[in-house]
Design a protein around this ligand. Structure first.
Ligand code: SF4
Length: 320
């Protein structure tokens, strides 16, 4: 969106033309003001070239695109919470069904896609579906953007074919571990993806392989954790985030995340008790699969993975 906004606009135009849509919205977090302004300028450029508005390129097809800045809630990335927010309401996820394809924005049938999907469309139309599939894996074609952060030499955004090696992404593309640092763990797909230990990273970056490894490709946000980083602190940050971002509609998510946060904070203060890690696992298991939207699982899964894979480290500061 910041470097090549017209690629996204072209994807939106093609999609809307195919589906017969005349109003499109780009929903973006409020904090990304720079990107929103860049999108606004791109929309102006497209309008001035007759690529938006009434009777686009004399085709008889009309399309308006609007950039809408949200108020910065993580939950508004969930499609129905996004729709609520776009309608001017609090961004609470809706019960599904009905799905947005039948009843969506202002009760109209609505297509919702993420930016990366829409930005792939011009390339697919130009070069064909086989070309796209051939870039990746048969069941998971194309390329993906991976945002590598953490203790690597060259953190940044890397576009790689789906199925590329996670080890290669970290040790070749991102330049390997930062000076004097040793790999301890990797979160492969954004904060909601269960963590992998250092000995689990020899896998291809595609949906099936990561699911088989007990994690997920998710947003492609690869967080590299070194041996000097405390997994208790990683857990504290994750729990704090989800407890804060829970919209509060379902009890397991609202109470469960806050309860786990209290336990993790207690351990961090050096006041943990025997059985605390088991209690964290029990609470997270009671969130998993029992909530209205995927945020519940997104919170429970990384908590469970850290508690199970790094139990010894979490239990080290507990009082006996
Ligand atoms: Fe809200 Fe959490 Fe329930 Fe999702 S799972 S609807 S974020 S309380």
């Amino acid at each position: 969106m910041s470097r090549n906004p017209h690629l996204l606009l072209e994807g939106i135009l093609i999609t809307c033309f195919c589906v017969g849509i005349h109003n499109a919205f780009i929903y973006i977090r409020g904090e990304y003001e720079f990107v929103a302004r860049r999108l606004e300028s791109a929309l102006e450029e497209a309008r001035s070239q007759g690529l938006l508005g009434k009777n686009i390129l004399n085709s008889g097809f009309d399309l308006e695109v609007l950039v809408h800045r949200g108020a910065g809630a993580y939950i508004c990335g969930e499609e129905t919470a996004l729709l609520e927010s776009l309608e001017g309401k609090r961004g609470n996820p809706r019960l599904k069904p009905p799905f947005p394809a039948s009843i969506g924005l202002f009760d109209c049938p609505t297509v919702i896609n993420n930016v990366e999907t829409l930005a792939n469309i011009p390339g697919i139309v130009q070069h064909g579906a086989e070309w796209f599939v051939g870039l990746g894996r048969p069941r998971d074609g194309g390329t993906r953007l991976f945002g590598v952060s953490g203790k690597v030499r060259n953190p940044g955004l890397y576009e790689m074919p789906v199925g590329s090696s996670l080890r290669d992404l970290i040790f070749e593309q991102a330049g390997g571990m930062a000076e004097g640092k040793e790999l301890k763990a990797v979160i492969p797909g954004g904060m909601s993806a269960p963590v992998l230990r250092a000995d689990e990273i020899d896998l291809p970056l595609d949906g099936d392989s990561l699911t088989e490894a007990g994690s997920m490709l998710g947003s492609g946000g690869v967080i590299v954790i070194d041996r000097d980083t405390s997994m208790l602190e990683v857990l504290r940050i994750i729990v704090e985030f989800y407890a804060h971002e829970s919209c509060g509609q379902c009890t397991p998510c609202r109470i469960g995340t806050s309860w786990i946060r209290k336990i993790v904070e207690r351990i961090s203060r050096g006041e943990g008790r025997p059985g605390d890690v088991d209690e964290i696992i029990r609470l997270a298991s009671n969130i998993q699969g029992k909530t209205l939207c995927p945020l519940g699982d997104a919170a429970a899964l990384p908590i469970l993975a850290i508690a199970r894979k790094f139990r010894v480290e979490l239990e080290a500061p507990l009082k006996v």
